[in-house]
Design a protein around this ligand. Structure first.
Ligand code: SAH
Length: 345
């Protein structure tokens, strides 16, 4: 049993079962708070860690979106959950071609993990970043925002369709160990589904989508959310735990395994457009990166450093191929309604 499992068991014994979302939030705080989980020696690999091309192309997307905004002299450049800071470092390097973009950008990072804040500080020191614990704390003004694999870490509530109606899944105790239990009928309005279906709802993700949509519609700007998930809301038990690149049970190692769930892009899009923003996509990551010219970028990198050609080619494949990250990962843009956005038809 991990120390967090023991703490949670004690809390459940005293106060009763906790929702899956509460469990996920407690596990994520400890998981990210204590380690750098990325890379081959860690638990999982994200797109910016696969290839520099990912961050570079996102940087060029930001420059083009900034031009569409009328090239404001000062603006907020924000990232949610920057991990090691690799994406933003690559993006800012690519943006050197646009000195007025770099000169006007004020960098704001939303990150709760002290360990990862230190990594980001090392990667981005030249750009003097400001850190915040919450999206709402980013100062006002025109904003460009990116978030890669941030929304999949947002806690989800899980609802299970029983014979007569929906019930919420909770984490309780069985034989003194953490166990999934079902609560009584719920009042939540959920669409019809056959018995046995599981539906996931992330209140934190929906609140963030509303806040981003409201902000870009009121103060100008655009946001790019990249994550794995489904385009149309669907049922499915997608909450998963990964430790050392292997799946494990979601209750087996709280705080030691990464917990994530598929992102419901349709629900996020609905909240953002309800807040007054224009929503584009989701596009599949492969199509999005190809539209931004990843193939030409790969060719240039291979020509410049033939010794690294195989690595570049492998990165290109992994980021864009349908069986790899190309189709499971999707890109959603949330923007001020007047903006025409690069890469979106
Ligand atoms: N974007 C990075 C890292 C993705 S992992 C990449 O692509 O490599 C998720 C990131 O979000 C981590 O930096 C984690 O510490 C951060 N994070 C998770 N939950 C958070 C929360 N509720 N508030 C702020 N940051 C969070």
């Amino acid at each position: 049993m991990t120390d967090l499992a023991a703490t949670l068991a004690q809390r459940i014994r005293a106060h009763g079962p906790i929702s899956v979302a509460e469990y996920m939030a407690a596990a994520a705080a400890q998981y990210y708070g204590r380690r750098d989980p990325f890379g081959v020696g860690g638990d999982f690999v994200t797109a910016p860690e696969v290839s520099q091309m990912f961050g570079e192309l996102l940087g060029l997307w930001c420059v083009a979106a900034w031009q569409a905004m009328g090239a404001p002299a000062r603006f907020v450049l924000a990232e949610l959950g920057p991990g090691r800071g690799t994406l933003m470092a690559d993006a800012l390097r690519a943006a050197r071609a646009a000195p007025h973009f770099l000169g006007g950008a004020e960098l704001h990072l939303v990150e709760t993990s002290p360990v990862l804040r230190r990594r980001q500080e090392a990667a981005l020191a030249d750009h003097r970043p400001h850190w915040h614990g919450r999206l709402e704390d980013i100062p006002s003004g025109p904003m460009l925002l990116v978030a890669n694999e941030f929304f999949d870490a947002m806690p989800v509530r899980q609802f299970v369709r029983g014979a007569t109606g929906w019930q919420e899944r909770y984490v309780g105790l069985r034989d003194d160990r953490l166990a999934l239990v079902l609560d009584d009928a719920v009042s939540e309005a959920l669409p019809a589904a056959p018995p046995g279906s599981v539906r996931e709802v992330s209140p934190a993700a929906l609140a963030a989508a509303t806040a981003i949509g409201h902000r870009v519609a009121q103060e100008d700007g655009a946001a790019l959310l990249i994550d794995f998930g489904y385009g149309a809301s669907a049922c499915g038990d997608t909450l998963q735990a990964v430790r050392g690149h292997r799946r494990c049970h979601i209750l087996s190692d709280p705080g030691e395994a990464d917990l994530s769930a598929h992102v419901d892009f349709a629900a996020i899009a609905a909240r953002a457009s309800g807040a007054g923003a224009r929503v584009e996509g989701p596009l599949e990551q492969g199509a999005f990166l190809r539209a931004l010219g990843i193939e030409a970028r790969a060719e240039r990198l291979m020509a410049a450093a033939p010794a690294r050609a195989a690595t570049v080619a492998a990165g290109l494949r992994r980021l864009t191929a349908p069986g790899a990250m190309g189709s499971l990962f999707k890109v959603l843009a949330i923007a001020h309604p007047r903006l025409r956005l690069p890469a979106f038809p």
